[in-house]
Design a protein. Structure first.
Length: 60
């Protein structure tokens, strides 16, 4: 059971996203989309995008 769960986690993390689609889904601003695009290009894995996306708090 543990190995199966680990495999599911790694498969989801390795899914390749379009940076534009990722930014739309997580409601990131255009500046952040530009930063991620310059960092990774047009496509990146979910893990890379989630670990590098910066989102400013709404209350600031």
């Amino acid at each position: 059971m543990e190995r199966f769960a680990e495999k599911l986690e790694t498969d989801a993390a390795m899914k390749v996203w379009s940076v534009h689609d990722f930014c739309q889904r997580y409601r990131l601003c255009e500046d952040e989309e530009r930063r991620l695009t310059s960092l990774f290009g047009m496509f990146a894995t979910a893990r890379e995008l989630l670990n590098n996306a910066q989102r400013t708090p709404k209350w600031r």
